[in-house]
Structure formats: structure tokens, C-alpha cells
Write a protein of this length. Structure first.
Length: 317
């Protein structure tokens, strides 16, 4: 079967001529000459191998073949207009999907207000948030299963990933009321390392920063407990079994029990939080809009107790 090749301008010209019944009127509305319109209609009839109009010096009327072609042409135009409108909606982030991968401390401590603001502005965008450890975040973005990722420590720009540092997340000491941290002051790392401590597992970015600092400063670090989940660490601390040291962003994940937070120094430890995306790939409109939002906000103001002095509060307050 022979393929009929027509462009959208020709189809629109045909439909307008069928509507007006006049070459002159249709040409005026199209902004072209009557001879140009006549040549367009002749090309359509040649390519369809059908006479679509009966015409004389005054009148233009659809043939039976023309009436059938008009129904199909209108369906094509309606489908095209609908598809283009849907694409325009997608480009303007009125619809679409945004997939974010991030460390649990970031997804709980930093992203909720940003996602709320984004969804207020783009209510029809489907937002999926996946929390996982650093290696998982890198993998999800590299494989294209996440549009953007939030991770810790610097990721060197490569052929696969681009990195932008967003903020520094300061480590603080955390204990229960009546614990070693009861005294309102700044504590040194050597002091808290001498106490029973709970540490995050070695696969986490939190543990990597502490281990590196201990090695650099020749500190001995032998935690009493080692856990994979922040909520477990919070539960052990709240029972008075130990203390811990964590970045400020982790506080919302610790639980609801009142805890003491104290500044730490000698050294002051910082975990670098950054944003990653696939290099050399154009971000989907929704992801680009969220990236622009993140870049425009003072992220440090969103970190709980980022300027902590001394406090006795619930992590979720």
C-alpha cells in the first residue's frame, strides 16, 4: 500500500477550504495567496490519488471522497493539537515526573520543605523520593532511575556524573538528659570518644567522616554499639546507654524522645552535602525546575539546629 505523505499545513489548508467553501476566504484566513492554496489542494489530491473537491468558477464542494478525508483530517489535527498541548504542559512542568534519590538524613532533614514548595507550584508533577545510602544514590542517578541525587562528600565531576556542593553539615554531640553531656558547654572529640558511644555502620557517609577524622588526629574510636539506622541510634541514646556524634541533618530521624545537643570542636567536623545529576544529559523540565528551586534557597536555614549552642529539645521540635 502506497504511503500518503502530507504535512500539517496542507491538512489545515484542506480543512479550512472545506469549512469556508471558498478559495479566496480560506486563502485570506491562512495568509497565503489563492494560487498557493490551489497548488496545496492539487498536491493533496495528487498524493491521495482522489478528487476531494468539485469546483467551478464560484463554488467549491467536497466530493464523497473529500467528506471521508475531512473526517480523517480533523481527527489528525485534533490528535496533533492534543499531543502538542500535552508536550507544552510537560515543558512548563504542569505535568511530569520527578524522581529524587537521597541519603535518609537529607530526605528527612532537608528536602521536605523544598518538596512542599515545589509541589505547591507544580501540583500535577508526580514526585518520587527514594532514600538510600551514598552508593545507592550514585547508582540510581548513573543508571537514570533518578533524575537528581543528594549525597555526602565531594563527588568528582566525571563523564557520568556532575556534582554541585550545596552546604556543610556540622557534627554535634547527642545524649540523653542526665548523660555525660549534661553540662552546658562545647565538648571536644577526645572527651566524647572516651564515653560509651553508638556509631553508624561503616557503609554510611557519617561513619566515613568520623573514621577519617580519628585517623587524621590519632584518636582511638571503639564504639560500644554499631547500627545501620539512625532511629536505632536515637533509641539507644535516649535510653542513656550511650552518646553519639551526628551531623545536624540527621536529627529529625532520631525519634521523638528529648535529647541534649552540644557543639563539638577539636576538630570541628563537617559533612559536605551535594547534588548530583548525569553529565551531558538534559534534565527533564520538572527536574530542572526543582534544581533551580534548590539553588535559589538558603539551605542552611533549613537544617535543624545548624547554629546550635547548647540545647535540650526533641529532634522533631
Amino acid at each position: 500500500m502506497k504511503r500518503i505523505n502530507l504535512d500539517m499545513d496542507e491538512i489545515r489548508s484542506f480543512c479550512l477550504l472545506a469549512e469556508t467553501g471558498s478559495f479566496r476566504k480560506a486563502a485570506q484566513r491562512l495568509g497565503i495567496s489563492g494560487s498557493t492554496l490551489s497548488r496545496q489542494i492539487s498536491r493533496i489530491e495528487e498524493r491521495t490519488q482522489a478528487r476531494l473537491f468539485d469546483r467551478d468558477t464560484r463554488n467549491v464542494a467536497l466530493t464523497d471522497q473529500g467528506k471521508m478525508f475531512l473526517r480523517l483530517a480533523e481527527r489528525i489535527l485534533n490528535t496533533t493539537d492534543s499531543a502538542l498541548a500535552e508536550f507544552d504542559t510537560y515543558l512548563n512542568t504542569r505535568r511530569g515526573k520527578l524522581t529524587i534519590a537521597g541519603l535518609p538524613s537529607v530526605t528527612a532533614g532537608l528536602l521536605p520543605p523544598l518538596i512542599a514548595e515545589f509541589m505547591d507550584a507544580h501540583p500535577n508533577v508526580d514526585v518520587q523520593l527514594n532514600d538510600m545510602l551514598s552508593e545507592g544514590v550514585l547508582r540510581e542517578v548513573e543508571m537514570g532511575r533518578a533524575d537528581i541525587g543528594f549525597t555526602a562528600d565531594v563527588v568528582e565531576d566525571s563523564d557520568n556524573l556532575s556534582f554541585q556542593r550545596l552546604l556543610s553539615d556540622k557534627f554535634i554531640a547527642v545524649g540523653a538528659p542526665g548523660s555525660f553531656l549534661q553540662e552546658e558547654r562545647t565538648y571536644k572529640w577526645e572527651e566524647i570518644l572516651s564515653q560509651p558511644m553508638v556509631a553508624m555502620s561503616r557503609e554510611t557517609s557519617v561513619r566515613a567522616v568520623i573514621d577519617a577524622a580519628c585517623t587524621q588526629n590519632s584518636f582511638l574510636f571503639r564504639p560500644r554499639f554499631e547500627v545501620a539506622h539512625l532511629a536505632t541510634a536515637g533509641a539507644l541514646v535516649s535510653q542513656g546507654l550511650c552518646i553519639t556524634a551526628l551531623p545536624s541533618l540527621t536529627l529529625p530521624v532520631l525519634g521523638r524522645s528529648p535529647l541534649i545537643f552540644r557543639p563539638l570542636e577539636s576538630p570541628v567536623l563537617l559533612r559536605q552535602i551535594g547534588l548530583i545529576w548525569r553529565s551531558g544529559r538534559t534534565l527533564p523540565p520538572a527536574a530542572q525546575a526543582f534544581l533551580n528551586l534548590v539553588r535559589s534557597r538558603n539551605l542552611k536555614s533549613l537544617i535543624p539546629h545548624s547554629n546550635i549552642e547548647n540545647s535540650l529539645v526533641s529532634p522533631t521540635s
